[in-house]
Design a protein. Sequence first.
Length: 76
Amino acid sequence: MTTKEALHRLIDELPDDQAERLLRGIPDPVLRARALAPIDDEPETAEEAAVVTEGTADLERGDVLTTEQLRHELGI
């Protein structure tokens, strides 16, 4: 069992209110938002699958931007 699987199991065993309090205590706002986000249980569309395939191909080719490059592109 992986660490993530073990954590999922532990959280699943907690009552909802305790699990939510625990997850809300995560200090990083992005990690907290991710932990509290509802699970997307809708089937993947053909368009979504195509975007994932394109992104994976970009990554494998090394056709990616660093964080600094992205910030420069976005002007932030």
